[in-house]
Design a protein around this ligand. Sequence first.
Ligand code: ADP
Ligand code: MG
Ligand code: MG
Length: 915
Amino acid sequence: MSKTVFFFGEGRAEGDPKRKDLLGGKGAGLAEMTALGLPVPAGVTLSTEVCNALNADAKSIRDDAGLRSTVLEALARVEAAQGAKLGDPTQPLLVSVRSGARASMPGMMDTILNLGMNDAVAEGLASRTGSPRFAYDAYRRFIAMFSDVALGVKREHFDHALEDGRAAVAKAKGVDTTRLNGEELRRKVPDSELPAEQLRQIVTAYKAVVKRETGKDFPADPHEQLWGAIDAVFQSWKNHRAVVYRRMNDIPDAWGTACTIQAMVFGNLGDTSATGVAFTRDPSTGEKRLYGEWLPNAQGEDVVAGIRTPLPLSAGRGDASEQASSLEVKLPEVYKEFVALADKLERHFRDAQDIEFTVQSGKLYMLQCRSAKRTGRAAVRTAVEMAKEGLISKEEAVLRVDPAAIDQLLHPTLDPAAPKKLLARGLPASPGAAQGYIVFSADEAERRAGQGKPVILVRIETSPEDIHGMKAARGVITARGGMTSHAAVVARGMGKACIAGCSAVAVSYQAQTMTITVYGEDGKPTETVTLKKGDLITIDGSTGSLYEGAVPTVPAGLGGEFGELMVWADAARTMKVRANADTPLDARIARGFGAEGIGLCRTEHMFFEEERIAAMREMILSDDEASRKRALAKLLPSQRDDFVGIFREMNGLPVTIRLLDPPLHEFLPNDERQLEHLASVMGVSADKLRQRTKDLHEFNPMLGHRGCRLAITYPEIYAMQVQAILEAAAIVAKEGVVVLPEIMIPLAISKAELVKMRAIVDAAKADVAATSPAVAFTFGTMIELPRAAIMAGELAEVADFFSFGTNDLTQATMGLSRDDAGKFLPAYLEAGILPKDPFVSLDREGVGALVEMAAERGRAKKPGVKLGVCGEHGGDPASIEFFQKVGLAYVSCSPFRVAIARLAAAQAALRARKS
Ligand code: ADP
Ligand code: MG
Ligand code: MG
């Protein structure tokens, strides 16, 4: 291990602020702000390597005397910079001990404020500041926070003691508290009205709680406190919610967290003190304006905790009272300075920033900066506008937007014309529309969602413990909290619809109900509506509106900045993006999203329709070629119509049509009634049909009589399909449509198979030529079995193109059934045996190696062989990056992922060009 402890303060910072991997995002941001000359309280950052080393051996910093003395040396520099000393009652230094990983994990790990407190220090602080109220408020906050995080004493023990204190104050004021619940009591006696004497007693009560719960005295020695806090911060890397968050966001467990010890500044020293959070651009819409919230006379945690409703930073919007309460109006000098610093930071980092600040007695301090989390919409707008402002290049703009995040833009919004009943309005915390059944707990949300039910999670407020429920829910409502509350921040990150601070809603966890006061146009309450668990509601996170029942939605619009960004992306892209589409409607949707062809048109879906399946069954159950051909002749016209429709939609673009693939028995009648009906239509006995059905049974149909194996035994099936394709092509060509059919054979494993298939195709072509003008087409195969990948050189002698069917190729290579893997794959992911679900993101080392081999061998035989992919992986950004490296000509994915794939392919091309 190299240097482990990094000082920052007085305009200088040790270490390279680019090394977020060492300093953590928070530590790096503080170092960089310090070096830029911004007002940052001095501090020390212990690197992530320290965390990893201690955690690996399950060690405490108490076990490492060398490390401790390095920390104390650095701390001495902080003390010198601040003119104060840890534990010195006459010049007390208090510090925060803060967690901070390489990637932002908001609220997932622990932070302790006001460390360094004990009885003597509290007294010293009281006389120094002239405010015993402040000193004891800080003291009691510290005891509760430290005990919770470092000593494992539950918060609720302290809440009870605090409530007793409140009750005592209320009693003294003559308020009858016997029938008030905790929340009502807090409204009657807010924290700010607890007098010094009461706080002193609360501190005593808190210490008694610690003694009772741990059997030990609360540690009075500030160094003891420091070591305990550092251990706790490092260990919080491994707590449950942090682990869940990492899984969800693909953050490796090996990164570890840094730990920053920083001199405290106080936003709770009176009316010229404050704390706040700001975004340099609106995190919901991306609009360029300083956007944020503040609280006068409060400590940092109060804003995010949603305990008090924060006030707006800027005076520009909102009603008169909101404007009057803004930081801009209340502390104009501070506001002006902050605006300038925020702008400086955005220009320096060339990205929208999320900033924490505190004002102590009129002096501004910066406490954190990071790239702002934002919605997909905001990400697109910010990237496009920054490119236009000249802050970044168009290529950077394309690289800035996470392809997964634009998913939100592609999803439907509420139908404005649909009738709907508005129940309440809260803050538009995270955009998007969602319908679902009401649940009141995270566990319930997870359970119901696991049963396939859409749910909306309704909470008074959320905390990091609720994160699994937020993930499972379609949307989230909280009764309390602002735009930067936990619920709002996390929901935006997940791209979930969220309404925060919906104060017209009263939630009862006990009764499992939400009671909503509905207000009329005139702002007067008109009725109360009580909804219970399991009732349907709709939320619109873009407007903050809550509606009764399930309101219909309309598709998203794709113009504006999104359209511009996609033009830039398309210019950078080298791979084409096609869609998997089986119907003219799918084809049209795909074109709307910018698909440049169809990479997979499955023909079997066409046979499942009511009328056609009868003919299909007749064909399957016939036991001689003549009756099979008779049945196929019935299918021909409708099959031809399918292709006519698709070819017209895809005028000018290639269409890859896969001939029949699934095992035949999938088409068989599955009940007696159907069977008997079919028998009478076909004029055979029901017994005979029953027997034939039994004959077709397979033990392992996925590896059975399917794909081109069907055409080895029943060539007339493929012959009919090819005839339909070529006749349809001739029909539309006559209309002036440019038609580019690509005939694709599924499940081939040998050249000999393909030679036979090609012969069927050529025979059908010759038949069609007798009646229709010829249309050019190509002939190719899927590569979806390991043997096909290995034999790709030989296959290329017959095939003009390969399309990697990565779903089946993954199943066959890993011997892993996609339909059954759900039972054990989660355990593999949990244990880290597999890094990712291989059906979502291509297994590069295994399946990917086969793709590479096939591409290489195919090209060696036929340099022009066209290569594409049509599995689900064609829409997965990480897999797309791999396909770019392999040099595929195109990826093909579901129509709704086409835009995501275009962006991901552009990023892959740009990254490839860079490296
Ligand atoms: P998180 O990562 O959960 O945001 P932080 O380490 O940023 O945790 O701290 C939580 C809150 O405490 C924030 O509002 C932060 O601004 C505030 N805070 C942290 N350190 C200090 C400090 N030295 N002085 C004043 N407030 C602080
Ligand atoms: Mg923070
Ligand atoms: Mg397949």
